[in-house]
Design a protein around this ligand. Sequence first.
Ligand code: LMR
Length: 442
Amino acid sequence: MAVADLTTSPVTSTYTKTSSRLHSSQLSLSSTRLSVHFSRSPRPIPRAQNFKITCSVNQVPAPVAVQTEEAKNKSECFGVFCQTYDLKAEEETKSWKKLINVAVSGAAGMISNHLLFKLASGEVFGPNQPVALKLLGSERSFQALEGVAMELEDSLYPLLREVSIGINPYEVFEDAEWALLIGAKPRGPGMERAGLLDINGQIFAEQGKALNAVASRNVKVIVVGNPCNTNALICLKNAPNIPAKNFHALTRLDENRAKCQLALKAGVFYDKVSNMTIWGNHSTTQVPDFLNARINGSPVKEVIKDHKWLEEEFTEKVQKRGGLLIQKWGRSSAASTAVSIADAMKSLVTPTPEGDWFSTGVYTNGNPYGIAQDIVFSMPCRSKGDGDYELVKDITFDEYLRKRIAKSEAELLAEKRCVAHLTGEGVAFCDLPEDTMLPGEM
Ligand code: LMR
């Protein structure tokens, strides 16, 4: 049976569809043509009078749909994904796992444009895992969001079973098991760093509240929108019913960048670089740890003898890679960010290879490294592949590493003071260090 809740359909123009993607196991009448016509009503109707229209392959096509501004606030299945089918029957024949709900904010943006197709293809969760994508956009990006959903339809991904779009996080995040929070405002000309923290912080406070209210109690949250560590802290503080441990700030892109630079210098392929930790903030204070990283299983400092290069050039190259990329592209990294989000997710859903680890920004409470409590800090983690992680214990520190880590820690503590009004910790006081920046700021 195909169901279309037409009171809330994101409708922009007349739209006709057929049920060509349905498998024979899904519908007994799969050859029956299903036409659904949507069009914008000239007259909005009040919510109280909204009606639900149910259509299926053995029913008459749905009549004209109406959409009010209020209705647009609801998350709504999109196009062919409004068809329903018997997934359980599929599970029996294909041993598919239970559908997984993945919410993505900033879904009409460049990063998502790369990421969504990876998620839909099975690259992240594997070939037996059907996926539902719940896409959050804004009023302004709504048409683009429809465009994204149309491209997902046209891609005919067998694992992609549901796509819904909306602009209200309380609707879109419902039952989300993963929330990839990508949407954020970029820093505009003349905008102070504190201003960016405040504007984006408000978005993440709201999204934290929404997750707290409607998402799965064990939702895994990856914050990508900058400044991602502090945005993740704001988000988790506003979601007290979700374990703080479940919130991540994306530093996997920095890890990947560091591996690439070490491989280049050592003259090896980048798959030979392992145990790469990024410590701290996703900013120019981040610390790519060459003390504990390995190349072909040996300590980096034994392979790369130019220690001055490691301390100065390598570190700065990684810290400022995002900015250099913006200079070249004229915009922030998108494809490599999407790849790193997929990598970060894969690291949580597959067991970490023996002896190795990965970096992710996580809540510091209980960390064994002496890093200040109650911030989100990138640290080395391992996972059993169950979505959870543990911090790696046997890490070596030297004075250089400690000093650098302390700088990033001080920056995050200052960011935290600056958003106290958004974390429920009183009055904000901004004393951000002047020499620290987002990777994209030059
Ligand atoms: C990146 O690391 O590429 C981005 O976070 C840069 C930015 O500031 O947008």
